[in-house]
Design a protein around this ligand. Structure first.
Ligand code: PMP
Length: 361
């Protein structure tokens, strides 16, 4: 009998997400530079908060996340009533697609944009539309040209992963003001905190009713394992998203850690400075051995090789040395490798291994 159980249209077009591995067969001293994690880890205030939270683990967590939303509001000068918290910013992206895009609707993302935009669009039954970038930089004109009366969501990451580039405020505004009236612009600020003086576009949101920002605790705050993200936008949109949010989507440990982290602004600044220092060192050291990178605004660099074969061979060599970095062929960048900025010893180790590889060719 033919199997009559079938997934919804679009689901089988979703490629399984690859990445996140943290081991290499046969290697003990593994260096993971493949997931843009903070090499300094979380703030000690976050660890203390998690330790305290275990005493209450028999209780359900907060459903409305008030203390965390208030802490976010105070730190980032946003209205806590317009903040929504999710299981990573992945969940906020998912909510946006579930609530605003369905069959026949289009969801725009850029050529080298983050994988979840396409996954969530397809999961919602919508059609993802990929728009070319301009030498690995978001191309506002190309996005505006791709908009139609079916466009419901436009996702850009700023800074963008995996390119590490970003566009300025004027370009973000041009995009917000140029998209069709039925569409929402999503400014994904997963790496916003690495950019000195940048708040992810809060003032753009305040002045409009069609822009939402997403943020995460997985990157600079070093809480990837606890899965916390947040979104900020017009009250009406946040109200819609909250309707499909599971009532206990965030654990008490995750909420406690995120609240303590967002209040520890000294630690945030320390991480930002350390990242900038070793990011510059890493980019320069790679350029010196013949591996150029675009100027990075985030906590990773995109290293360019002569060909896909060379990039893959370099990745194989790094693996044999116990170093995990990210291949980005799936992001239309087959000749590149994405390398997270580690601490000093990590940066020195990866550069040494790439220099070995280049020297041996
Ligand atoms: N947006 C971008 C651009 C990312 O790179 C990532 C993580 N790789 C995310 C969103 C999702 O992060 P999280 O779900 O951990 O918050």
């Amino acid at each position: 009998m033919a199997n009559q159980i079938k997934p919804q249209p679009g689901i089988m077009d979703i490629a399984l997400y690859v990445g996140g591995a943290s081991h290499v067969d046969g290697q003990t001293n593994v260096l993971k530079l493949s997931s843009n994690e903070n090499p300094l880890g979380p703030s000690s205030a976050a660890k203390d908060a998690v330790a305290r939270s275990v005493h209450e683990m028999h209780r359900y967590p907060s459903t409305d996340h008030t203390p965390l939303r208030q802490a976010i509001g105070e730190t980032w000068a946003v209205d806590p009533d317009r903040v929504i918290c999710g299981v990573g910013s992945d969940e906020i992206i998912h909510f946006l697609c579930q609530c605003y895009a369905g069959k026949g609707d289009e969801v725009i993302h850029t050529e080298h944009g983050f994988a979840m935009y396409r996954i969530s669009a397809l999961a919602a039954g919508a059609t993802p539309v990929e728009v070319k970038e301009n030498d690995r930089v978001t191309d506002v004109d190309a996005i505006l040209a791709a908009c139609t009366d079916k466009t419901k969501l436009v996702f850009i990451a700023n800074p963008n992963n995996p390119t590490s580039t970003m566009i300025g405020e004027g370009e973000m505004i041009r995009l917000a003001d140029g998209i069709p009236p039925q569409a929402i612009l999503v400014l994904d600020g997963a790496y916003a905190e690495f950019v000195d003086g940048y708040d992810g576009g809060v003032s753009i949101i305040e002045a409009r009713d069609n822009v939402v920002m997403t943020r995460t605790f997985s990157k600079i705050y070093g809480l990837g394992g606890l899965r916390v993200g947040w979104g900020y936008g017009p009250k009406e949109i946040i109200d819609v998203l909250n309707r499909i949010r599971g009532p206990f989507n965030l654990s008490s440990a995750a909420l406690a850690a995120a609240e303590a982290s967002v209040r520890d602004t000294d630690y945030l600044q320390k991480c930002r400075i350390e990242n900038a220092k070793w990011r510059d060192w890493l980019s320069n050291a790679l350029a010196e051995i013949g591996v150029p990178c675009d100027t990075s605004t985030a906590n990773f660099v995109l290293a360019r090789f002569g060909s896909e074969a060379e990039a893959n061979a370099c990745d194989d060599h790094l693996k044999s040395e116990g170093i995990l970095i990210r291949r980005v062929a799936g992001y239309n960048l087959p000749h590149c490798l994405r390398i997270t900025v580690g601490d000093e010893s990590a940066c020195r180790r990866v550069v040494h291994a790439i220099a070995q590889f280049k020297g041996a060719r």
